[in-house]
Write a protein that binds this ligand. Structure first.
Ligand SMILES: Cc1cc2nc3c(=O)[nH]c(=O)nc-3n(C[C@H](O)[C@H](O)[C@H](O)COP(=O)(O)OP(=O)(O)OC[C@H]3O[C@@H](n4cnc5c(N)ncnc54)[C@H](O)[C@@H]3O)c2cc1C
Length: 272
């Protein structure tokens, strides 16, 4: 089936076309969508794209930074104001993928992808969708019911910048270095006040169909000093409430076994 491509010079124009079409998809960098086209995916017949410079902008505002959804991983790596996210973007695919793959597209990527989204989840990002009057939604809410937003366009992602850069930690676990697909990704935001962790957010990707919070780990960390005893307690509940899946990369059993090990390494600072 031929696929039609419609181009617009604004995200608003693209959003109108998407809502009028029966089976259209918004095209970001195309690293997943074009692969679907090549694989003969019949679930859409139109690709809608926008050449809107606003979707490629990065703005620093107060304690946060707002990233256009069309910003690529390579642009994240290169941008001075996004240095806290550079280690995350740097491990998404190889150079060719990073030159195309966008932050917006990563939000919709199914497991085993979504490394960048796990980091955004740990940091408590907020998304602005086209046509929502700038209201914005929490990334937790977006991920809870992500299918609902297929057909919407994410305009920007606002991310609080960690005051202490050491409070944000990230590890991608893959079997093939340096650019293998993750069998597990862990992102942790561990702000401290008077030496104790306050408001821990820990997220995994590749431990379920979409990036998710490790709430039992967060509870074990919150209010505690990040010492050996706390780290043991957090590792002991690494997979509580989480049902990892089996795929070609790893079994659910293996994911459960290694999650605690890698979480412990991340928390002790052995890996960042
Ligand atoms: C070889 C290879 C290696 C990869 N390695 C990794 C990896 O290591 N880690 C990782 O996380 N991912 C990886 N990916 C997956 C993918 O490249 C990334 O997840 C990427 O960020 C997807 O973004 P995109 O712009 O290319 O999305 P697209 O392919 O353009 O779109 C993907 C989905 O997102 C939707 N979408 C895109 N932009 C928006 C928007 N602004 N608003 C609403 N919906 C939107 C599309 O409609 C589509 O449903 C890899 C892919 C390949 C092919």
């Amino acid at each position: 089936m031929p696929v039609k491509v419609e181009s617009f010079d604004s995200l608003d124009g693209a959003a109108r076309a998407l809502s009028a079409a029966r089976s259209a998809r918004f095209l970001g960098g195309g690293t997943l969508l074009m692969r679907a086209v090549n694989d003969g995916d019949q679930s859409f017949d139109t690709l809608v794209r926008a050449v809107d410079p606003a979707s490629r902008q990065v703005r620093s505002e107060g304690d946060g930074v707002t990233i256009g959804a069309g910003v690529t991983m390579a642009e994240v790596v290169a941008h001075r104001d996004l240095s806290f996210l550079a280690p995350v973007a740097r491990v998404v695919g190889g150079p060719a993928v990073r030159n195309m793959a966008t932050v917006g597209g990563n939000l919709f990527a199914s497991s085993p992808y979504g490394d960048f989204t796990a980091a955004l989840l740990a940091l408590g990002a907020r998304l602005e969708l086209v046509g929502q009057g700038g209201r914005g939604i929490e990334i937790d809410e977006f991920l809870r019911d992500r299918e609902r937003y297929v057909g919407s366009i994410v305009r920007t992602i606002s991310v609080p910048r960690p005051r202490d850069p050491g409070a944000f930690r990230f590890a991608k676990v893959s079997r093939i270095k340096p650019k293998g697909i993750a069998l597990l990704t862990i992102a942790a935001y561990l702000p401290q006040s008077a030496g104790r962790i306050r408001g821990a957010r820990v997220a995994y990707s590749s431990m379920g169909p979409r990036p998710l919070r490790a709430t039992a780990v967060e509870r074990a960390l919150d209010g505690q000093y990040l010492d050996a005893a706390t780290i043991e307690q957090a590792a002991a509940v690494a997979c509580d409430g989480i049902e990892p899946h089996t795929d070609g990369l790893a079994s659910a059993w293996y994911r459960r076994e290694v999650a605690a090990v890698h979480l412990k390494r991340l928390l002790t600072g052995e890996r960042r």
